[in-house]
Design a protein around this ligand. Sequence first.
Ligand code: EPZ
Length: 430
Amino acid sequence: MDQYAIKGGNPLVGEVEIGGAKNAALPILAASVMTDETVYIDNMPDVRDTNVLLKAMANIGVMQKRTGRHSVTLNAGNINSLVVEDDNIKKIRASYYLIGAMLGKYKHAEVALPGGCDIGCRAIDQHIKGFRALGAEVIIEYGLIKTKAEKLVGSHIYMDCVSVGATINVMMAATLAEGTTIIENAAKEPHVVDLANFLNSMGANIKGAGTDVIRIKGVEKLHGTEYTVIPDQIEAGTFMFAAAVTKGDIVVKNVIPKHLESIVAKLIEIGCEVEEADDWMRVVATKRLKTTHVKTLPYPGFPTDMQPQIAVALGLSQGTSIVTDTIFENRFKYVDELIRMGANIKVEGTTAIIDGVEKYTGATISAPDLRAGAALVLGALSAEGYSVIEDIHYIERGYEDFPQKLQSLGAQIELIESERDLQKFKLKIG
Ligand code: EPZ
């Protein structure tokens, strides 16, 4: 099993190019089945989740040509099945975007129930409520969500909770419904806006994405398009926190600073300097970090996908910080691992009480999910001595070339497969 070997203690310094946003690319890929014409997508991250989705789409007959590592041409004109149930698709969350996309286009979809990171109960009641409001029948049977409609008719839908996935799914189905759909209490994340822009570039009529009321006037059909996915706000935030925890100096390039506002606010509160330009940001940390309190919230609040990274940083700050995750109830599984590195953290329900320590020390730890895995890598990079991070397949779901990018900033990190590789790494690093 692949692992990362890390020798911590180096400040990370340099520039790093941020890739396309995984959580925008996934619904955009799925939505490309909504037209028979060809769609060209650029700035697509080459990560496990996007590749699993592409493979599932190939299995139902979506023609695809990788025109470059980050670009793909897709044509769904000859789809041969509306049932998606291969083994891998069950492991990713975004499989369910094919339901909204295929229901919109074909008025029928059967997709394996979604998986994704185990970070708490990940209900889909709001997706189902939205599809039903548009006139679809929805049943869950034999591990599949099956949905069908004679026709879809626009409706006024109030989401009971702010859900990225439900907003995206209902928006896709409503795009090809008759009449107008209004989604209230919609998610405002940049990836929701990116999908709306993508659909509009295909001829959809969606207004208000990025606010909590989205209005969708159904259109009869969509056409082909060329589209560039937005930069990944969470990948950028992860590298910005890498500067914070290693007392480094990192420039993240190809970012949209507006999407990073809540992350920047916290970096400044904990004592980092942040410099901002049109499409890059620089984070410099020179002193011991300060404490702060964090509550994760839907956008524009502090993202739950950055909660483990900020907690790792606060674990090194002077004093006590409180971190509450209001989005997922089980997103602190990494805390036990961080404690192995010397952190002093107590979890009570959805809150972590963090008493900062002066330093972490290396340990063998395992990634419990995607973002927590990346956060533990940051912890190991700041720690004294060697660490081994196991279960890095989680990290590969959403970070492209993570060790290579970190190496380019001066990190001592290597992909290893065995104890022998670890010994070689230790001999090399000395
Ligand atoms: C998306 O998950 C992201 N995944 C997650 O990123 C991210 O953590 C999350 O949004 C929040 O920002 C993708 O985009 C593929 P939600 P999603 O629906 O859509 C409750 C990562 O690390 N809820 O916004 O599954 C739910 O239980 C991943 O990249 C319902 O109750 O999240 C949760 O408490 C991890 N009923 C809250 O809403 C529903 O029908 C937010 O979930 C839907 C959601």
